[in-house]
Design a protein around this ligand. Structure first.
Ligand code: ADP
Ligand code: MG
Length: 443
């Protein structure tokens, strides 16, 4: 493959991964990597140190294999070179290790408040729980565990708690930290032999807000320290709030850790319904000083449904376009500009959501299960059918379709499609169910 095509593969990988990891993770590990022009058949990446290479291969191999060609020997067509440390002019970008306190100040987004969080049936319960712990820290649910898909408002609510406690309980100390930064901090303190200082600091915190706990998975050494801190805070009635992309039972963590997380209240945040999405679009555009006609807001909300961050991206693009060209925003403009983002471009409005709805009804499962990870036989089969129908009925790339199923890989989608195609031929009941689901979708 030509070098420039390989470079494109890397850029596409970064575009794919950026919304799926924390900004700290992206900044620390991915953005310091540079593509080195080379005549080799492999993509050559310059990394600041060997740890970055290990980290990338440990954490992103699966995703990389969707973008980078695989060679005949099964390895990815990529190589790493470590940048030269002696080049003083451009010091090698090291993973940024911030002290937790510094991060807390800079990372509480002033816009992520309870007031700006739009309520709907999918998040009402979680919002009330978050407000409950913010109003009476340590006295209601402890810990509060918030889980849900990417871009559904977990971090927003966590910051909301932080803002509220700071404003209303001035004597209490709050600490917001991502699980990744917690690990980074731990590594630094272990290296500097100052671990007692860190323990003392965390154990003095009254409200500890930990984002993206899924980052602790497969990091057994850190898990133990984390669990100790956790227990000592809970025993002192200090409030802990955690977020994660999965419920505790689905995280690959020790039994002890999962049990601790389930001590208090576990609350899931779902995909907002149409009305809530419209309200979010209107509120976000108002925040940006941009007005979106109701019909256009509905149009966008109808097509972008599984990630609020994507709704925001759409608003940003539309606002930039209309400001630069000084044209009013109409549905036609929105349609043209957002063509790539919109999930259903077919005239009869088939969308991943309508497929999920129909499959959920026919197979008598919940829509949320179809996007989840549960391996329960009936649910897994229904999920595979939904993927099969998505590939059959929508003209989208496999990658895009797969991401609509709670971030599955395109090979999972393809596997499901093949499996169901074969299964249908052998199983007349299944064939009938699929026929029925398809009829509902197309009607
Ligand atoms: P997560 O942490 O679940 O990946 P975020 O909290 O970062 O998601 O939310 C992504 C974006 O969507 C943020 O800008 C956030 O303000 C916005 N958002 C999500 N849900 C809501 C909501 N119910 N009301 C207002 N904004 C929301
Ligand atoms: Mg988040």
């Amino acid at each position: 493959m030509a070098v420039c095509e390989l470079e494109d593969c890397w850029i596409q990988f970064l575009d794919f991964i950026k919304p799926r990891c924390s900004s700290a993770e992206f900044q620390n590990w991915l953005s310091p990597i540079q593509v080195i022009p080379s005549t080799k058949e492999d993509l050559v990446l310059q990394v600041p140190n060997i740890f970055v290479r290990e980290y990338i291969l440990d954490n992103y191999k699966k995703e990389l294999s969707c973008f980078i060609p695989v060679k005949a020997d099964g390895d990815l067509a990529m190589q790493f070179v470590v940048s030269e440390p002696e080049k003083k002019a451009a010091p090698a970008p090291m993973p940024m290790i911030e002290s937790a306190q510094k991060q807390d100040e800079s990372l509480l987004n002033p816009q992520y408040t309870f007031e700006s969080f739009i309520e709907g049936p999918s998040n009402q319960f979680v919002k009330s729980a978050a407000q409950g712990v913010a109003f009476r820290p340590g006295k209601t649910f402890n810990p509060l565990f918030i889980h849900g898909g990417v871009g559904l408002g977990k971090t927003h609510l966590l910051h909301g708690i932080g803002h509220y406690v700071r404003a209303q309980h001035k004597k209490l100390s709050t600490q917001y930290i991502t699980a990744e930064s917690f690990i980074n901090d731990l590594v630094t303190h272990l290296r500097n032999k100052s671990i007692d200082k860190m323990k003392k600091f965390y154990r003095s915190v009254d409200v500890l807000l930990i984002d993206d706990i899924q980052f602790l998975q497969n990091r057994l050494n850190f898990e133990e320290e984390f669990c100790n801190t956790f227990e000592s805070l809970i025993n002192q009635n200090k409030q802990i709030v955690l977020t994660s992309d999965k419920p505790p039972s689905q995280l690959k963590l020790s039994e002890r850790m999962v049990a601790r997380m389930e001590w208090g209240l576990v609350a899931g945040i779902g995909i907002p319904d149409l009305e809530t999405r419209v309200a979010i679009i209107q509120q976000k555009s108002l925040q940006k000083g941009f007005s979106i006609p109701n019909s256009v807001a509905f149009f966008i909300a109808d097509h972008i449904f599984h990630n609020v961050r994507q709704l925001e991206g759409a608003i940003n693009r539309l606002a930039a376009h209309c400001r630069l060209t000084e044209t009013p925003l109409t549905q036609e403009v929105a349609e043209n500009l957002l063509k790539e983002t919109l999930y259903s471009s077919s005239p009869n409005k088939i969308s991943v959501e309508s497929i999920l709805k129909s499959v959920a009804t026919v197979f008598e499962v919940r829509m949320s299960d179809l996007k989840g990870e549960t391996r329960v036989k009936e649910i897994a089969l229904a999920r595979q059918v939904a993927m099969y129908l998505a590939k059959e009925l929508l003209q989208e790339s496999l990658m895009k379709l797969a991401s609509s199923f709670g971030g599955k890989s395109h090979s999972t989608l393809l596997h499901s499609w093949k499996k169901i195609s074969l299964e249908m031929e052998k199983n007349p009941v299944l064939k009938k169910q699929i026929f029925l689901a398809r009829k509902n979708i197309e009607s």
